[in-house]
Design a protein around this ligand. Structure first.
Ligand code: NAI
Ligand code: MG
Length: 333
């Protein structure tokens, strides 16, 4: 008998539980998976005293993929660690992939964009090494040869798999000569192993400008942690905002999928959050576990739903969350 894939789902906080319930319903209608529930986030903290209970971390290590919605990170609890940051670290999910594709009928400045940002997720400016000495504070920006190599390889493999013909290495090696010098040099070495895919490089500040001016220049961007964090939020505005942006976090053996947005507490329980980011992340998860057909079916149904203009308010429609999900389900065919 075929091994049924085990999916750990983590509802999170705010709009998390309702979006997750919709996503699971959609999955159950197009694929067979075994669900395991994991708690994490502020509600988990209030209940168990930790935002990432050991049982959740253990389950995360044993499942085939993790589907995560969003968590609330309270600003004023000292030493509170966001469970998503801990999960990325504990599971060594080194590649953060964010695809950006315009959807039909969403008012955006550039039609028909299709590009992706691959962000290094474990080192760089977010190495977690910070100190303060009197009135001077330091953060250590860690770039390793191995870390740069594996993220560049991920970007080129992704480009090859998805039919992109160019990868752009984004850096600031003119100023950060040593750290980004190593990143650029290593990424170029990897590029040389992919003769079928063009490679160029660009400075991060100019890329921030070009994303607003001529985003169609880009196909796959690969960059370090902080730069990728900023450029990917900027890019989500090009395709309709936080509500529509999906992401995947990949390690050598594990992967976690989540919408880019947070827990949007003011939308919680109001049936008004856009389910697109969550559903597109779910489609990425289905692809990852080998359910390619179900994944494509879901992505197609979401596009069709936009063509028929059954969408939430943030993207110019008037549907509620549930109404939009019902429409998508009806289009799964
Ligand atoms: P947020 O992404 O939750 O919301 C920002 C704004 O984006 C919202 O006010 C809303 O206008 C819009 N938005 C977000 N998701 C949407 C959706 N599905 N449909 C329609 N509009 C949507 O970010 P915010 O307000 O900065 O943070 C709220 C909480 O979420 C905080 O506790 C923060 O720490 C947490 N957060 C968690 C993340 C995660 O779990 N990965 C990521 C970002 C924030
Ligand atoms: Mg961010």
């Amino acid at each position: 008998m075929l091994h049924m894939k085990k999916i750990l789902y983590i509802d999170g906080d705010g709009i998390g539980p309702e979006l997750m319930a919709h996503a699971r319903r959609v999955v159950d209608s197009i694929a067979k998976v075994e669900w395991m529930r994991g708690e994490a986030g502020f509600a988990a903290y209030q209940k168990t005293g930790t935002p990432l209970p050991d049982a959740t971390l253990q389950a995360a290590k044993e499942c085939d993929a993790i589907l995560f919605c969003a968590v609330t990170t309270p600003p004023n609890i000292p030493n509170y660690k966001s469970p998503i940051v801990s999960l990325r670290k504990e599971l060594d999910l080194y590649a953060n992939l964010r695809p950006f594709s315009t959807l039909p009928n969403v008012p955006v400045p550039f039609p028909a964009l299709n590009f992706a940002i691959v962000r290094e997720n474990t080192e760089g400016m977010y190495s977690g090494i910070e100190k303060r000495e009197g009135d001077t504070a330091y953060a250590t920006r860690v770039i390793t040869k191995d870390g740069s190599e594996r993220i560049a390889r991920f970007a080129f493999d992704y480009a090859a798999r998805m039919g992109f013909s160019k990868v752009t290495i984004v850096h600031k090696a003119n100023v950060l000569r040593v750290t980004d010098g190593l990143f650029l040099e290593t990424a170029r070495e990897v590029a040389a192993q992919y003769p079928g895919i063009a490679c160029d490089d660009a400075l991060v500040d100019s890329v921030a400008m070009r994303l607003v001016k001529s985003p169609q220049d880009f196909q796959v961007i690969v960059t370090t942690n902080l730069f990728g964090d900023i450029l990917s939020d900027e890019s989500s505005a090009l395709v309709g905002g936080l509500g529509v942006a999906p992401s995947g976090n990949y390690g050598a053996h594990r992967a976690l999928f989540e919408p880019v947005h947070g827990s949007a507490p003011k939308y919680a329980g109001k049936d008004s959050a856009n389910p697109t980011g969550m559903l597109l992340s779910t489609a990425m998860m289905l692809e990852h576990i080998g359910e390619k057909e179900a994944s494509e079916k879901l992505a197609r149904a979401i596009r069709e739903c936009y063509l028929q203009k059954v969408t939430t308010r943030d993207v110019g429609g008037s549907a509620g969350t549930g109404g939009m999900v019902e429409k998508v389900m009806g289009l799964l065919g």
